[in-house]
Design a protein around this ligand. Structure first.
Ligand SMILES: [Zn+2]
Ligand SMILES: [Zn+2]
Length: 185
């Protein structure tokens, strides 16, 4: 079976959705239904087939989904992570179906057809993280080692060496470490 459809962008989308709230500061990029629409346009503009007239309840559902996807990264082992993923896949009614869109050969999709934004994001995001868990293992699921950031990431480095969510956190932390060494001299 070919899950490649879910192994790249859907993983990045799930990570971006989880990180759309800074859990340290509470700063939330999803403030309005329009923000959810902008997020979907950025990640699923030619894939999302649901209703684009978004409401406050869509916003609440997507925020709730975001918290549940984060649990995959705060899990303490692969069994817990799998349970979190299975719960989301069940709740969004993820359903295998054969899709023949575009120029691709027939392949599997799991989003409920014409589903709500939360269902679409949930099915695509959870399938992305499921594929990452199956193909890469739970040790690839990381949280930023910075003391001022708790963003999540999926580590695709060859030797699982990634510590931070982003280059900006790596730079900030290495500057801080340099300053600490300077002060210690
Ligand atoms: Zn497809
Ligand atoms: Zn970070």
């Amino acid at each position: 079976m070919d899950f490649s459809h879910y192994s790249d962008e859907p993983v990045q989308m799930a990570v971006a959705l989880i990180n759309s709230i800074d859990v340290v500061t509470g700063d939330d990029k999803l403030q309005t239904p329009e923000d959810v629409g902008t997020f979907i346009d950025a990640w699923g503009s030619d894939w999302f087939d649901g209703d684009r007239r978004l409401s406050d309840s869509d916003l609440h559902e997507v925020r709730a989904l975001r918290s549940r996807l984060r649990e995959v990264f705060t899990a303490t082992n692969e069994r817990e992570a799998a349970a979190s993923l299975n719960a989301v896949l069940q709740d969004v009614s993820a359903t295998p179906r054969v899709s023949v869109h575009g120029k691709r050969p027939p392949h599997l999709h799991f989003e409920p057809e014409g589903g709500s934004p939360a269902r679409w994001l949930g099915a695509v995001g959870a399938m992305g993280l499921t594929t990452a868990l199956i193909e890469g293992g739970f040790e690839r699921f990381g949280r930023c080692a910075s003391t001022t950031c708790d963003d999540v990431f999926v580590d695709t480095s060859r030797n699982h060496s990634r510590l931070h969510c982003s280059d900006s956190c790596t730079t900030r932390e290495s500057v801080a470490a340099y300053r600490r060494r300077q002060r210690a001299l």
